[in-house]
Design a protein around this ligand. Structure first.
Ligand SMILES: [Fe+2]
Length: 412
């Protein structure tokens, strides 16, 4: 039995809220589309319907020593995939159970988990919650790739006007940055973090200059006109470029961030005589201060995230102009380091010194320390505010084009 603390009660409420959020996402998929595979490198949509519940259940059931009631579903829906190039999944539609069966399993799992809530640790509840929140984002990538007639279209608020765009490089003096978070906080308070966020350590960063804004579709268009391949989110039709939005196509918004792969970002940066920032340089630009005071929690300071500070938290589906959220600028005047699209860094995803895998989820990060994944920082429009903590790290393969990820360039 684990005593219910304010934190566990808060986490249990947050999990209920997150369940409602993912239920709403699945509600946007038309019934016949549940067996589609909108991204060839990922499972069919039906997998995700069962996965969110099976993941929580497998963790909590094993920790509590409770028997399974449907072990074949626990196993079928246990883990997602991230295949190596050329190894796409080959399963058939009929390999998967009917949607109603999965929904029955889900209901039973939720009830069983809630009945065991006294036996679930804070750490395990946080893992269940954040796992679901991260899937809410990556599920949006799948939904984005699904054709428009396979989803229900919600009403979407129009964009307010944004300040005009002047590209400029901002000078950032050298300094020391803190990567990761400490396992033992000095005040005794414990903040949740995934295994790859520990241990906290300092890195020195030399002076550099970084673009105030993310690279836009307009800037990237010059590169495409010079012969580069167009990004996945663009489509050429009848003499015009269109942006493939979540709910339909629109003429390419030139002041939105371009979403590209790591490979495309690197080639663009080299084309302009610049390069991508390292993870440490990103930290310096985002969280550093002009006079060397303690690093900030967020680029704008220590105030909690809200929609004026950036495009995150699921308020919007698509990006906003790169100039739209000046209240989120960092101490060095850099815009949108958090929100409106993840940012690729040149840093290969590796463990920090002192890394220890979670005992009950050893493969969370360790499976990806293969030199084939790069660190992304920041957040997209679909990233939950809880995941905006400074130490949070995201990672993808360098050729994966479905992420809401852009970049900015730096030069020394
Ligand atoms: Fe998962």
């Amino acid at each position: 039995m684990i005593a219910k603390t304010t934190t566990t009660i808060h986490l249990a409420h947050a999990l209920t809220h997150a369940r409602a959020g993912t239920d709403a996402l699945f509600g946007l998929v038309r019934p016949e589309a549940f067996y589609e595979r909108p991204v060839p490198e990922r499972h069919r949509i039906i997998f995700y319907l069962g996965h969110l519940e099976a993941f929580d259940w497998n963790l909590i059931r094993e920790a509590a020593g409770v028997p399974s009631f449907q072990p074949e579903f626990d196993q079928l829906f246990a883990f997602g995939i991230d295949p190596e190039p050329g190894q796409l999944p080959q399963d058939k539609r009929l390999d998967w159970p009917e949607r109603a069966e999965v929904q029955r399993y889900n209901l039973r799992v939720r009830q069983a988990i809630d009945d065991l809530s006294n036996q679930v640790s804070e750490q395990m509840l946080s893992v269940a919650l954040e796992h679901r929140l991260m899937h809410a984002e990556t599920f949006a990538y799948l939904l984005h790739a699904l054709s428009i007639d396979q989803k229900h279209i919600p009403s979407v608020a129009p964009l307010p006007p944004s300040p005009s765009l002047i590209h400029v490089m901002m000078e950032i003096p050298g300094g020391t940055v803190t990567l990761g978070q400490p396992r033992a906080h000095l005040d005794g308070q414990h903040q949740f973090g995934w295994d790859n966020e520990f241990e906290s350590h300092e890195v020195s960063v030399a002076a550099f200059a970084m673009s105030k804004y993310k690279v836009t579709n307009g800037e990237y268009l010059k590169f495409v006109r010079a012969g580069a391949k167009p990004p996945h989110f663009w489509r050429w039709q009848e003499g015009q470029w269109y942006w493939r939005g979540m709910w339909g196509e629109m003429p390419l918004p030139l002041d939105w961030p371009v979403y590209v792969t790591h490979e495309e970002a690197c080639v663009f940066a080299a084309w302009t005589g610049k390069r991508l920032p390292t993870e440490a340089e990103f930290h310096r630009a985002a969280y550093g201060t002009v006079r060397g005071e303690e690093e900030r929690s967020y680029p704008w300071g220590d105030d909690q995230p809200d929609s004026w500070r950036g495009n995150f938290g699921g308020n919007r589906w698509d990006p906003v102009p790169v100039t739209a959220t000046p209240l989120g600028d960092s101490a060095f005047g850099i815009s949108q380091l958090v929100g409106n699209g993840w940012e690729w860094t040149s840093t290969v995803f590796q463990p920090f010194p002192g890394f220890q895998p979670l005992s009950f989820y050893p493969g969370y990060s360790a499976r990806f320390f293969d030199g084939e994944h790069y660190v992304l920082k920041g957040a997209s429009s679909r990233t939950d505010a809880r995941l905006l903590r400074r130490s949070f790290r995201n990672w993808f393969r360098p050729d994966y084009p479905y992420v809401y990820a852009g970049f900015r360039c730096v030069e020394v």
